[in-house]
Design a protein around this ligand. Structure first.
Ligand SMILES: Cc1cc2nc3c(=O)[nH]c(=O)nc-3n(C[C@H](O)[C@H](O)[C@H](O)COP(=O)(O)OP(=O)(O)OC[C@H]3O[C@@H](n4cnc5c(N)ncnc54)[C@H](O)[C@@H]3O)c2cc1C
Length: 506
């Protein structure tokens, strides 16, 4: 019977961890055999549908796993991996916050391990033996809850910027934060990972224990194990100042010029950050340009934003507030079919202008499909060189070598409602991305690095982890060695197919 080996596995999971919610949809009840009692059908409140409904992307919500397994402890994850690695049927997916836009976090005909019940944050304050505060954050947490907990102690962490996004996926891929100017990538502030390996063993990875795994987890994604807890260095922080401001399209030039200047002077003003967002609103058939402008020290008139002082904002949400309050206000639960492509290029106005030309062209070319689209956005984020020097050599992003000039991370996104619109924008934005990349290369303004958490599944970020071919090859070889050492059977390369796999990188 097709599901027999998996059925036994699922039954074992439920028996081993009876308090967890292991659930399955109605149609699979019979096939699940012994597991039926535990992988019960859609009893209201049993968690299966709620788990699916809480994914960010509609494409992912539509994938029906045989079973959603929701562990409450690292031991539950360990037992699950022992069972699942012995079963030969059905793949496995791992889900943190579920905010990836593509189905690397859910699996049809397999078991999805939904970590959302591992959502506690504990703060350990310094004592004589401990130089700094540590926030231990469960791998199913979202940023709002982690931040609000650490803020009770007057502390902060190098968190993601949108409160509903998961701590796990963002941190495993690197992590861009409003605190990046002082702290680098989110992963750079992880002092210890609790990890379940492919053989079910629960280990710590830090600078003393399993240091190779510790480094590989800093940017290497879900290639090496299931992280069940992240220990972050927490640091004193008061309220920040900022929020989103929005202007009419006519002010784009002033805002972009200010953004480019902000990147130029960011090393001297590391507590300032800005995200520029072009948004085409389908309902009004018009574009606006927004900026999220933040000073993490709470300074209200920071020098980085002075060139925009005269812009007449259509809306202004700036306030003195904590990071957690801002992240909560920026929450985004998704629900569309999301098309994302991403590039990096140097902090060069000509490339931004080219992106603007391509944005306008995209909107003109796709007017016929706008009935099936909620919005189109282009996002520009700062990536100054000094971000990469905070933990030089200590992560696998390779940027301490590859980021040779202050740069911009660009995202082109469509929020589609139908599969047809999604595939149209997939084609259009793919072509546009190629054109933008070629333009940046042609004028000597390319930046090779691709951010694993922003790219389209058709892009290959891991092979960009280092500028020179030699250095990239070293980084890839390192990750392959770590994978072979901690997962000799390749469980996370073959049975957990979601995400960018290091074994696929040539
Ligand atoms: C609205 C929005 C805002 C965003 N803002 C930011 C931002 O400010 N900064 C930034 O850097 N990025 C940002 N991102 C991108 C974000 O980092 C990625 O989408 C990230 O994957 C989300 O993490 P998650 O835990 O929600 O992901 P999931 O979808 O749950 O997981 C993503 C991947 O990580 C794997 N994974 C998850 N948990 C584990 C685990 N515990 N162990 C092993 N593997 C695991 C999954 O299998 C999957 O392959 C944003 C995304 C969205 C949609």
């Amino acid at each position: 019977m097709r599901f027999t080996p998996l059925s036994v596995g699922v039954a074992a999971l439920a028996v081993l961890a009876p308090e967890t919610a292991a659930t399955a949809p109605d149609g699979l009840r019979g096939q699940l055999d012994l597991a039926t009692a535990h992988c019960s059908p859609s009893t209201p409140g049993n968690g299966y549908q709620a788990s699916l409904d809480s994914y960010y992307s509609l494409d992912v919500r539509e994938i029906k796993p045989v079973c959603v397994f929701r562990p409450r402890t690292a031991q539950h994850v360990s037992r699950a991996i022992k069972v699942l690695s012995k079963s030969t049927a059905g793949n496995v997916a791992v889900r943190g916050g579920g905010h990836s836009i593509w189905p690397n976090n859910n699996v049809a005909d397999g078991v999805t391990i939904d970590l959302s019940l591992l959502n506690q944050t504990e703060v350990h304050l310094p004592n004589k033996k401990n130089a700094g505060a540590i926030a231990s954050v469960g791998a199913g947490s979202r940023w709002t809850s982690a931040l609000l907990e650490v803020e009770k102690y007057g502390l902060s962490i190098t968190a993601g910027r949108v409160g509903t996004v998961g701590v796990a996926g963002l941190t495993l891929g690197g992590g861009l934060s409003f605190h990046s100017g002082r702290h680098g990538f989110t992963c750079d502030d992880v002092t210890n990972y609790e990890v379940v390996l492919a053989n079910g063993q629960i280990v710590d990875a830090n600078s003393k224990q399993n240091p190779d795994l510790f480094k590989a987890l800093k940017g290497g994604g879900g290639n090496f194990g299931i992280v069940t807890r992240f220990d972050f260095a927490a640091f004193p922080a008061g309220p920040l100042y900022g929020g989103m401001v929005t202007a009419a399209w006519d002010h784009r030039d002033t805002i972009v010029d200010s953004f480019i200047r902000l990147i130029d002077i960011n090393e001297q003003n590391p507590t300032d950050s800005q995200i520029v967002l072009y948004m085409y609103d389908v309902a009004s058939r018009s574009s606006t340009v927004s900026s999220t402008v933040i000073n993490t020290d709470g300074i209200t008139n920071s020098t980085s934003f002075k060139p925009m002082a005269a812009v007449p904002w259509l809306s202004d949400q700036r306030a003195t507030q904590t990071y957690g309050e801002l992240a909560a206000a920026m929450s985004d639960n998704g629900g569309d079919r999301h098309v994302w492509f991403s590039l990096c290029f140097q902090n060069n106005k000509r490339v931004v202008d080219k992106a603007t030309e391509l944005y306008n062209q995209l909107i003109d070319d796709t007017q016929g499909a706008m009935g099936d689209v909620d919005r189109i956005i282009f996002v520009f984020q700062q990536l100054p060189r000094h971000y990469a020097q905070k933990n030089a050599g200590g992560n696998v992003l390779g940027m301490d070598k590859s980021l040779t000039a202050d740069s911009i991370v660009w995202l082109g996104e469509a929020f589609a409602r139908t599969p047809e619109a999604e595939s149209l924008f997939q084609r259009k934005i793919a072509a546009l991305t190629d054109e933008l990349e070629a333009f940046a290369e042609a004028i000597g303004a390319a930046t090779q690095w691709r951010y694993i958490n922003y790219v389209n599944p058709t892009q290959e970020p891991l092979k960009s982890y280092g500028a020179e071919v030699k250095y990239t090859a070293q980084n890839i070889a390192f990750m392959k060695r770590v994978s072979a050492k901690y997962d000799p059977q390749g469980f996370f390369q073959t049975r957990v197919p979601g995400g960018f796999k290091i074994s696929h990188v040539k």
